[in-house]
Structure formats: C-alpha cells, structure tokens
Design a protein around this ligand. Structure first.
Ligand SMILES: CC(C)(COP(=O)(O)OP(=O)(O)OC[C@H]1O[C@@H](n2cnc3c(N)ncnc32)[C@H](O)[C@@H]1OP(=O)(O)O)[C@@H](O)C(=O)NCCC(=O)NCCS
Length: 182
C-alpha cells in the first residue's frame, strides 16, 4: 500500500521502494534548492504517519528491511536530514510516535574564529533497535543493535555497545546486556 504526499522542488527526492512495503499517510518534503537526495525503503518495511524531510542536498534516508514506524495521525514521527548526511535505520527496528531524528541543527553555532562548531553529521541506528515515543536523536548519534531508547530521551552522542537501554536527557546507558521483543 502506498499513500504518500510529496512536496518537492528542484530535483526532488530519488526514491527506491522495496517489495512488500506499506507506506501509509507519509509525507516527503525537500526544501529550497535541495538536490541529489535519496529515500530508500527496503523490503517489508511498514511505515505510517511519518515525515521524511530534506533540508539540504546529497543526503539519504535509509530504512532497512522490516523497519516499522508506528506513528499516529496527530503524533507523527519525523526523519530529517541536512546536507551530505545519511540517516540509517537498521533492519527490524521499531519506532514509535512523535520521534524526531535529525542530522542537522539547522542553524550554525560559530566560535570566535568564525568556525562552525555543529556541522551536519550522519546518524546510524543498528538492527532491531526500539525507539520509544517522543525521543529526539540528534546529529552524529550511533545506537547499536538490539538496543532500546527510552521514551522522551534526548540522544546526543554515539554509544559503542549493542544490547543496551539508553534513556534520559542527555541519554545515558541505564541497562546493559538486554534485548527486547515486538
Ligand atoms: C525503557 C522502558 C522500556 C523501561 O524499561 P525497563 O527495563 O523497565 O527499565 P527501568 O524502568 O527498570 O529503568 C531503568 C533505569 O532507567 C530509567 N529510565 C527508564 N526509562 C526512562 C526514560 N524514558 N527516561 C529517563 N529515564 C528512564 C529508570 O528511571 C531507571 O533509572 P535508575 O536505574 O536510576 O533507577 C520504558 O521506560 C520506556 O521508555 N518505554 C517506552 C514506551 C514507549 O514509548 N512505547 C511506545 C510503543 S512502541
């Protein structure tokens, strides 16, 4: 099933959609002069009420096989990318409502020398990661396989272990050697 609203200017977004994919009430938007952006949704993914937003160029949002995004009509989840970044969600991961995952801060933070301190960075979510409702995952974050991100958590950095529960603001490791089931 495909139900997508597309808002794009210039080059738009190149889409690769796998087999047996369900996309329901999703929106894809690419702003301004953006170009060369990609959306890849692999086989068996099931995505609803999700916004895919491209705020720059040369970026990719990739959902692995069997990723499920189970957001509601009034509690949409948003996947957002800036320039030259990849936002990867690994196979079998489960995302809840009102999540924001974003590879850019939008506005530059600049030091005395005029150098940007907060460049856009990739985000990597491994396989079978469960992301609880209202989580915010920012630029440069890595969350490895079989992990859980607690509800309302703010993830601002990379975690190097698999099978962990991270939670809080800023998110930190709360439990190790855990797993979860759907
Ligand atoms: C993470 C979660 C699953 C609980 O797992 P759990 O194994 O029962 O974890 P616990 O409640 O024992 O918490 C362990 C520690 O993490 C903390 N913690 C757990 N969830 C947290 C959260 N979302 N934010 C901040 N801290 C959290 C607990 O306070 C506890 O801290 P302590 O060790 O200092 O006492 C649950 O809190 C959660 O966030 N669920 C998400 C639910 C959701 O979004 N469902 C949507 C449907 S997909």
């Amino acid at each position: 099933m495909l139900s997508i609203k597309i808002q794009a200017w210039q080059d738009g977004v190149n889409m690769e959609i796998g087999d047996n994919v369900r996309i329901y009430k999703c929106k894809i938007s690419a702003e301004g002069r953006s170009k060369n952006n990609h959306l890849i949704i692999c086989n068996g993914a099931d995505v609803q009420n999700t916004n895919f937003s491209y705020f720059g160029s040369n970026s990719t949002i990739r959902l692995g096989e069997y990723v499920k995004i189970n957001a509601g009509a009034k509690t949409k989840t948003s996947l957002q990318v800036g320039s030259n970044t990849t936002l990867h969600i690994g196979k079998g991961s489960l995302l809840s409502n009102s999540i924001i995952i974003c590879t850019t801060d939008f506005h530059p933070v600049i030091n005395e020398e005029g150098m940007r301190l907060n460049p856009d960075k990739d985000i990597f979510v491994g396989e079978n990661v469960w992301i609880g409702r209202n989580a915010y995952i920012g630029k440069g974050a890595t969350i490895l396989s079989q992990s859980i991100v607690g509800a309302f958590s703010v993830v601002t950095k990379s975690f190097s272990q698999e099978n962990i529960l991270i939670a809080g603001n800023p998110a930190r490791v709360r439990k190790e050697k855990i797993s979860w089931t759907r």
